[in-house]
Design a protein around this ligand. Structure first.
Ligand code: NDP
Length: 405
């Protein structure tokens, strides 16, 4: 029987475990391991109650390569789904090589000390995974993840050449709290307070954080027109490299004025700083302290109402007409529907379901290809079919003009 190990029992880990359990025939024996055993046990109990499927649990420190590799060998794992934090990517890739296990994650490696992400450390594993006959899939969440697959699908079926890509991520949900982040506060705030970046004509352009914004009309009346801000986001690095002929790629996200006001105050008073300070002889990073006092993203599930919309606005030469066209490929997800299904809001759901779907391609063999891959390098078709089958249906809309500016 196949054996699948999920590491990380946070908001996204819950969704991945819930969804894998609903497809236990594919995933075989399922393990959920994390730093805190009780979190794994609570999720396992919930899965047993809602689906009747028993998953196994374990305590693991994923920063410890030797202990993790020994655990993977002991379990006899075939696949490891890294749903812990980006800090664990390198140690878990190393543990997979030592134990002979295929690897998948949802976020690009970052070191805890430096809020800067690049794929180079993970791409450096390419030869070792190839030689070991093992597959590593990088960034199988929504963005990165589904957005990469949307681009690959567009290139395979809609455009003979892609000229520009604007990835647009809207959360029009409301949790009713004064301020909270929808996934790991530490990771979320590091991402948003970093300088914005986009790629144009072969060069990276850098702008001050949140200094460029525009309005976008989302294709759902419950979302409507929203202000979107230009951010740096990891999938642009691989897409800029892997989409031939691409001239420009940018990433945009919605934030409410209330969110921006809170974040500005927190930044102004130094609460988003990563560098630790010594208080009463104890070293404390302000951002990690802030994470402790902010609501746990997992607690937002029952509170959040409204929808998310994430998609790729793509211009290029249409395969069908040979003319320049602009299309928006997107998914709309409802926070309350997600909570009813897996006790999680849509942000964790939209990250967790694609991790399970990416893992399905590994287990089925469709994406088994020794080496280290970003999702646009793999066949988009079975993944796109699974999005429709497993809760994230997608749509393609003709748009009459590309994003301005
Ligand atoms: P959470 O903070 O809610 O959960 C992280 C989990 O990882 C916790 O259960 C934590 O354990 C566990 N963990 C942390 N360090 C270790 C360690 N050393 N050993 C074992 N377990 C550890 O985060 P989320 O669930 O919100 O996010 C999970 C991942 O998904 C992150 O990498 C995030 O960047 C990514 N993500 C990707 C998205 C995408 O679209 N691609 C979107 C959203 C998130 P404990 O609780 O015991 O401390």
């Amino acid at each position: 029987m196949k054996k699948t190990v999920i590491i990380g029992a946070g908001g996204v880990g819950n969704v991945v475990a819930q969804k894998c359990a609903r497809d236990a025939e594919t995933f075989g024996e399922i393990w959920l391991a994390s730093r805190t055993l009780e979190k794994c046990e609570a999720i396992a109990a919930d899965i047993k109650a809602s689906t009747g499927v028993e998953i196994k649990t374990a305590q693991i420190d994923a920063d410890d390569v030797g202990a993790t590799a020994a655990f993977l060998r002991e379990v006899g794992a075939d696949y490891l789904l890294n749903i812990a934090l980006p800090y664990q990517d390198l140690t878990l890739m190393e543990a997979c090589l030592q134990a002979g296990v295929h690897y998948l994650d949802t976020a690009n490696y970052e070191s805890p000390e430096n809020p800067h992400f690049e794929y180079k450390e993970q791409w450096a594993f390419q030869d070792r995974f190839k030689e070991a006959g093992l597959t590593a899939i990088l960034g199988s969440g929504f963005d990165p993840g589904v957005t990469n697959v949307f681009c690959a699908y567009a290139l395979k079926h809609l455009f003979s050449e892609i000229r520009t890509v604007d990835i647009i991520d809207a959360n029009a949900g409301d949790h009713g709290l004064p301020f909270a982040t929808n996934f790991s506060p530490e990771i979320n705030i590091r991402e948003i307070t970093a300088p914005g970046r986009y790629w144009e004509k072969g060069e990276w352009q850098e702008i001050p954080a949140l200094s460029v914004s525009t309005d976008f009309d989302f294709p759902h009346q419950e979302i409507g027109t929203k202000k979107i801000y230009l951010l740096h986001h990891e999938e642009m690095e691989s897409l800029a490299q892997n989409l031939p002929g691409l001239e420009r790629i940018r990433f945009w996200m919605t934030f409410s004025d209330n969110y921006i006001n809170h974040l500005t105050v927190l930044e102004n008073v130094g609460m988003t700083a990563i560098e630790p300070m010594t208080i009463g002889g104890v070293e404390i990073s302000p951002l990690q302290f802030l994470q402790k006092v902010l609501p746990d993203p997992a607690s937002l599930g029952p509170l959040t109402k409204g929808k998310t919309c994430i998609g790729c606005l793509i211009t290029g030469t249409s395969k069908e007409t040979g003319k320049e066209e602009c299309k928006f490929i997107y998914n709309i997800c409802d926070h309350q529907d997600c909570f009813a299904e897996v006790k999680s809001q849509a942000i964790s759901y939209t990250a967790g379901v694609p991790a399970m779907i990416g893992a399905r391609q590994l287990v089925s063999g469709a994406w088994l290809r020794p080496g280290v891959w970003n999702l646009e390098q793999l066949d988009p078709d079975p993944f796109m079919d699974d999005l429709n089958a497993w809760g994230l249906p997608w749509h393609v809309l003709e748009v009459d003009r590309e994003l301005s500016p």
